[in-house]
Design a protein around this ligand. Structure first.
Ligand code: ADP
Ligand code: MG
Length: 667
């Protein structure tokens, strides 16, 4: 079954690469020298010898945990010295069982979870009952849910034996299995090993105690890396097979081909292992998530505010109507001195009439603005007063919900009529109907015609706190003006916008006798310009948010990486054990990557909730328009995953490259 010939193993230690120059001659230890050995199926072999004689080194080579420097090793008839690390891992997982002096149970897992660990790497973790059956065989059915620190040494070692048996191996390797146990447990363990041997398992056991070795059918004695004696106690007890049977060599090919086909542990089991380790360090995991959590939360909140502002501005623009041009007097420079806007040119009602006559224009509405004191009975209210043309109602989607707007005729007559906003209505009239009532505006009596439709508030600014009167009434009766401040024009077709702009400009420049070189005195804007301006502001804001997001996520990612590196160091033994029982590099890598991603992703998820909560608070308390968009959430999730992969990669690689033996010995 096992054939070693001329196996040697040297360790090189001493001042190799520590760089203090001078004496850097390495010390070479010949741990094994020219070992030639055959072990047949069904044997119970004890390897004894003083400490440092090479027993463990030999067992590690036999158990495919370590490779010899020279010599050949045939296992089940196949030369295994040339196999890759992953193939060796597959053979360890499928054909060998390991029992160590220090038990090497994973402290956070229960007895049954420890026992089924090799099944995870065989991709068969669903076979929980086979782990249960093995625990029953070692008499631990009642301890299934206990953790290692809740069990005695003997019990822990029995769990380790159950673990070594769970994949039904052909051979069991035990390194000083009773070294840490009292004599009663010692006997139990040896009895179990003997029973396994009687049931047909080959057992190779290292021990330094003669008494224990007595139980084996064959004792190999070692000293200074050499085999010094090899004797069978009782030949009749050990069913010796001379040659490897066909089924055995089939078995090894089988394991290798399954390994090639399956490749790695089931993803679901890996995720489960990752969750296990995160939940066993709740505080640490929570703290390391904090960076990602805050980053994602801030980003979600800020994107929500940005998006909300953009949408409310767009909605506002849409309510202004389409095909609108805004015309106002501009500043003029004379000799380098900027005059105040409107200092040279003032738009008049005659300008409005002229513009209205253009073919491309459907409606024109002049505007003046000011403040006014309103009085009704004993109620006083100060508000914003607009003077507008009759076209205002239609152009600005302001046809009253109660009552009516004023007509062209009322504009001509400077009628004392007023449309009030809903806030004004509430302040002056409470619940009673204002239509037809008389109020005083700056001591002039006005009749209320209607209530303007509600527009809501925008960033704390109440858009319903205003009144509208005819433009002429505002100019001549209230403010004493003979000019307007600006006007809005609605163009007939979207395609006529540019023509209309030119026509209006030419017309107004002509009317005011302004030379074309001074054409800036008339400013005409359309909504697409305003939209462009807003979207460029939004873009700048987006860049700003993006960089804040990037910084916080990178910082969060570094935090995760730090924790993961600590965790790799702390769990070196665990990694060694996992590798010993058959985890491939990729399995370890994937496990740590999943841990990192699970942490960043959960951090991200909590961040999303937190960010949305903040946005919600802003919208209710500060009345900010906010919107948490699906795109922002998707972005946050994607970024969390990517950050996890990027910053988990290095620690995961470190973990996956550990050598199983070195890792197991790590203190
Ligand atoms: P045993 O198990 O019989 O006590 P080992 O097989 O562990 O002995 O070790 C055999 C020899 O190899 C000892 O001299 C030990 O110091 C040396 N040795 C074992 N492992 C290493 C290592 N990783 N690096 C250097 N020397 C080692
Ligand atoms: Mg040893």
């Amino acid at each position: 079954m096992i054939e070693l010939s001329g196996i040697s193993r040297r360790y090189r230690t001493g001042p190799g690469g520590n760089g203090n120059g001078g004496n850097n001659e390495a010390v070479v230890v010949n741990a094994l020298s020219d070992v030639t050995l055959k072990i047949e199926q069904g044997e119970f072999v004890a390897i004894i010898g003083p400490s440092g004689s090479g027993k463990s080194t030999l067992l590690h080579i036999l158990g495919l945990l370590d490779k010899p420097d020279s010599g050949t090793y045939r296992f089940l008839g196949k030369d295994v010295t040339r196999l890759s690390d992953n193939e060796l891992a597959a053979l360890r997982n499928g054909l060998a069982g390991f029992i160590f002096q220090q038990f090497h149970l994973l402290p956070r897992l229960t007895a049954i979870e420890n026992a089924l660990l090799p099944l995870v790497y065989a991709g068969r973790a669903e076979r929980r009952d086979s782990a249960r059956a093995r625990l029953a065989e070692v008499g631990l059915s009642h301890r299934e849910e206990h953790r290692p620190n809740q069990m005695s040494g003997g019990e822990q070692q029995r769990v380790a034996i159950a673990r070594s048996m769970v994949n039904d191996p052909v051979i069991i390797f035990a390194d000083e299995p009773t070294g840490n146990l009292d004599s009663k447990s010692e006997k139990e363990i040896v009895d179990i090993l003997k029973k396994l041997n009687e049931a047909g398992k080959t057992v190779v056991m290292v021990t330094h105690e003669r008494e224990i070795a007595e139980h084996a059918g064959r004792v190999i004695q070692m000293r200074d890396g050499y085999v010094v004696s090899d004797e069978r106690r009782d030949a009749s007890l050990t069913p010796v097979k001379e040659s490897v049977s066909a089924t055995d060599s089939d078995k090894i090919d089988n394991v290798l081909s399954v390994h090639r086909a399956v490749g790695r542990a089931e993803f679901g089991d890996q995720v489960q292992q990752a969750f296990h380790s995160i939940f066993s360090h709740k505080m640490r995991s929570a703290l390391s998530m904090l960076g990602i959590l805050i980053g994602v939360g801030a980003v979600i909140a800020m994107l929500a505010v940005g998006q909300g502002a953009r949408e409310s501005v767009q909605k506002g623009l849409a309510s202004l109507g389409s095909n609108m041009l805004h015309i106002h007097p501009g500043a003029v420079r004379t000799g380098g001195v900027a005059l105040q806007a409107g200092a040279v040119t003032r738009l008049t009602l005659q300008d409005v009439e002229a513009v209205a006559k253009l073919d491309t224009v459907r409606h024109v509405c002049p505007n003046v603005n000011g403040r006014a004191q309103l009085v009704y009975k004993n109620k006083n209210w100060n508000t914003r007063l607009q003077g507008n043309g009759a076209a205002y109602a239609e152009m600005r989607a302001s046809v009253p919900i109660v009552g009516r707007f004023f007509m062209e005729e009322e504009v001509q007559n400077r009628a004392r009529v007023v449309i009030i906003g809903i806030t004004v209505a509430k302040e002056l009239f409470g619940d009673s109907d204002p239509v037809g009532k008389i109020i005083r505006i700056n001591r002039v009596e006005f009749t209320v015609l209607g209530i303007s439709p509600p527009k809501g508030s925008f960033r704390g600014w109440d858009q319903d706190d205003f009144v509208v009167v005819p433009i002429t009434t505002a100019m001549y009766r209230l403010f004493g003006l003979d000019y307007i401040s600006d006007m809005d024009a609605e163009v007939k077709e979207a395609s006529m916008m540019d023509d209309a702009k030119d026509e209006i400009k030419q017309l107004l420049l002509r009317r005011h006798r302004v030379s074309p070189s001074n054409s800036d005195v008339i400013q005409i804007h359309d909504m697409t310009e305003i939209q462009d301006m807003l979207s460029s502001t939004a873009k700048t804001m987006g860049w700003l948010l993006g960089s804040i997001a990037a910084i916080s996520l990178v910082v969060g990612g570094i935090g995760i990486m730090n924790i993961m590196l600590v965790s790799v160091t702390e769990r070196t033994k665990e990694i060694g054990l996992r590798k010993a029982i058959g985890a491939r590099r990729s399995d370890i890598m994937v496990q740590f990557l999943i841990e990192a991603v699970v942490m960043t992703l959960s951090g991200g998820m909590i961040g999303i909730i937190l960010g949305s909560g903040t946005a919600y608070l802003l919208s209710t308390l500060a009345e900010w328009p906010v919107k948490v968009s699906g795109a922002a959430v998707a972005l946050a999730v994607t970024f969390s995953v990517i950050i996890g992969i990027i910053f988990g990669l290095w620690p995961a690689r470190q973990a996956s490259r550990l050598d199983p033996i070195t890792a197991l010995k790590y203190e």
